[in-house]
Design a protein around this ligand. Sequence first.
Ligand SMILES: Nc1nc2c(ncn2[C@@H]2O[C@H](COP(=O)(O)OP(=O)(O)O)[C@@H](O)[C@H]2O)c(=O)[nH]1
Ligand SMILES: [Mg+2]
Length: 417
Amino acid sequence: MDEDEDETSRINDIRNSATPETKNLKCKVTHVEDIRSNGRRKLLIIGKTGTGKSTLCNVLTGNPFNADIFPVSSGAASCTQKTKFCDAFFNGNNEDPVSIIDTIGFDDPSTDNDAEIVAELVDKLKNACDFVNCVVLAVNGQNPRLDGSLVGMIRIFEGMFGSKFWDQMVVVFTRMPMDKKNKKKRLRSTENKTDDDVANSYMNEVKKKFESSVPERLQHLFIDACYDEDDEDENKSFKEATYLLRTLLFEPDGLPTNQIKLVETEHQKLNEKVKKAEDERKEYEKAAEDARKEKEALETKHQLEIVKLEKQRIEKENELRIKQEKLREEKIQAQEKMSEAEKKESEAKYKADIAELKRQNSEEKSKEKHEMNEKHQRDMDELKRKNEELDQKAKSRGFSYWDWCPLAGTIRRLVKD
Ligand SMILES: Nc1nc2c(ncn2[C@@H]2O[C@H](COP(=O)(O)OP(=O)(O)O)[C@@H](O)[C@H]2O)c(=O)[nH]1
Ligand SMILES: [Mg+2]
């Protein structure tokens, strides 16, 4: 039988040996919606899904690990869909009234919106709780990894409470059976590293990751919620660990929850970043498209003006020809009755009139052409200025849009050229 199977059958044995009586609550627990000013110590349990938070909550009320006060999941899906408040007695001791807060792991695979989970937790802690005396960070002792999602989760709590959060914290390694056989097995599999060695190197990792926020003496405990009461070592280990946890919980200082801020989860931040990038992309795509359309419209307008001018030129040429013809006919008719001297004078006048007509025509023509070209140039300059402004705006936002959107880049270059 390999070690995992051994462990599963051990837990199943404990489960099966639980009589209906023991499955019913041994110690009084009440689900509540509000734990403000209730005179109880408040214990907040956080950690990744499946580490055993709800199981731990059950046993810390003095009840069996599988009591359904805080539903425990056996499969991949988590059972804790909402933050749960319970009024109970620490370890079932009537002299130690506590409120226990069971939370949801933000990495919960059955929920796809951790922003919602954080919002619910923040709301509950801020409005239905007044302070927290101890924060248990539950870590699966069988595989104590400080991975990205746990770091992210701790940062969320740091963001909510501020760095004081670390002063109330204790790391609890769960799922580590403390009987001789299992301890020996662990020693063998970790090449003679004791549980404390493994825990200390984990704590050092935490300190390295969160640096100065972490107090030098950040406490850690080992609690196997599924411990066997009949096993002397397991029983002793559970009693010692819960005694220490009780000491921490009943220390005078509490962490007020009224200052809690609504923090952004990575997920939420990511969504916002993606949305912002998308909006900016759309904005610039539209601007580039508008610039392209504007350039097209200006070019079309300019072409139309050229055609119109050409038409006017042809009309004027025709008019000029008609006028010249008329002048010539008038001159011939007049000259029939003139003397030689008068004819000469009339010929000179006719030539001067024709020259003046041509001059006027060409002056008008070049003036119109010049005006049209000037206007077109002004429009194109204005367009260029607008495009440069667009470029500046993109650069100042650290958003090299034209580089990473080839289509926009092409449109852009077409407009610029
Ligand atoms: N052996 C052992 N199993 C545990 C322990 N704590 C939790 N488990 C098991 O781990 C699974 C997940 O536990 P649960 O409390 O629902 O985890 P949560 O998602 O952190 O609330 C359940 O099958 C528990 O029976 C423990 O201390 N020892
Ligand atoms: Mg749970």
